[in-house]
Design a protein around this ligand. Structure first.
Ligand SMILES: Cc1cc2nc3c(=O)[nH]c(=O)nc-3n(C[C@H](O)[C@H](O)[C@H](O)COP(=O)(O)O)c2cc1C
Length: 307
């Protein structure tokens, strides 16, 4: 019998080490604490929290989500408690978790993005900020920065100046050439890049002859978007010098491995959490099992296997 070696699942996003490449995606895992009764959150490589803005936000009126073939549409509109309430009420408990904590941030202006990052920088317990310049469900901020390379660069430059934390920039699929966006945010000093955010979509209730969502359009997520996301991660990874984090329709370990083989160093799991809150943990186990079965000792051996 051969010597049994536990595969090494750890990965590095720049200087930020994760025990495994599996993270939750923003907006689908609350502030992580809500999930503690149901699962061992500390098994995850990192938790990415609901988007935070400077002031609390109510989000958009209902209906703001609906099921679609192999996915869902949402137009939550970044409802959140605001960065101050987060620091006071959530962070003290999050700090004790033995996993990485990534705060997703959002602003209506560049100054607001930088201010949220600055406040998190001085609060103990956050390991990284994920800069959301890709939300399709808000009128100001979000995609208005994320669909334009110079706007994206300005936001990242301001956030970079405001914090010493790891800066991860979250890109939108709603652009002509993702490589242009990759270069823009890299030049502005991002430490890593995550993609994709949701794809703008729309559903119509033909009985009522009205759009299903109150905002008419929303963001499409779930397995329906996975092949688009894998292709964009593959393109981004070839153009980037910083690590890439793959997002979009991951439900199981095989899906996560697709992103890793396309060049992602880590992955985030979103919509799948609504079907089974423990799906991210199952992905961690599934990756370990794949590595054992295939004699893969480190994640690096398979990262970017498909060139
Ligand atoms: C209900 C919902 C809320 C979301 N809220 C945020 C958010 O606050 N910030 C953000 O950057 N992305 C947000 N997203 C986008 C996800 O983090 C992720 O990028 C997207 O859903 C694609 O991944 P998935 O197919 O695994 O869900 C949200 C997605 C959903 C479905």
């Amino acid at each position: 019998m051969g010597v049994f070696l536990k595969p090494d699942t750890s990965v590095k996003l720049g200087r930020l080490e994760l025990k495994n490449p599996v993270m939750t995606a923003s907006g689908t895992f609350g502030y992580a604490l809500e999930f503690e009764p149901y699962m061992d959150v500390e098994r995850l490589g990192a938790v990415v929290l609901k988007g935070l803005s400077l002031k609390p936000r109510d989000g958009n009126p209902p209906p703001r989500s609906c099921e679609t073939p192999c996915g869902m549409l949402n137009s939550i509109g970044l409802q959140n408690v605001g960065v101050e309430a987060f620091i006071k009420e959530k962070l003290p408990r999050l700090k004790r978790l033995k996993t990485r904590v990534v705060a997703n941030i959002f602003g209506e202006t560049i100054i607001e993005y930088a201010e949220v990052a600055r406040r998190l920088d001085s609060a103990d317990g956050v390991d990284a900020v994920e800069v959301n310049i890709s939300c399709p469900n808000v009128k100001k901020g979000g995609l208005s920065f994320g669909s334009d390379p110079s706007g994206a660069a300005k936001v990242v430059t301001a956030v970079r100046k405001a914090t010493k934390l790891h800066v991860m920039t979250k890109l939108s699929p709603n652009v002509t050439d993702i490589r242009v966006m990759v270069r823009a945010v890299e030049d502005a000093g991002t430490d890593s890049i995550s993609l994709i955010n949701t794809i703008p979509g729309m559903a119509i209730d033909v009985e009522r002859r009205r759009a299903v969502l109150s905002t008419v359009t929303g963001g499409l997520s779930g397995p329906a978007i996975r092949p688009i996301a894998v292709r964009m991660v593959w393109e981004a990874a070839k153009a980037a010098t910083v690590p890439i984090v793959g997002i979009g329709g991951i439900v199981n370990a095989r899906d996560a491995l697709e992103f890793i083989m396309a060049g992602a160093t880590a992955v985030e799991i979103g919509t799948a959490n609504f079907l089974d809150p423990a799906s991210a943990i199952a992905v961690v186990h599934g990756i370990e099992e794949y590595m054992r079965k295939n004699g893969v000792r480190t994640i690096k051996e398979i990262t970017g296997a498909v060139n």
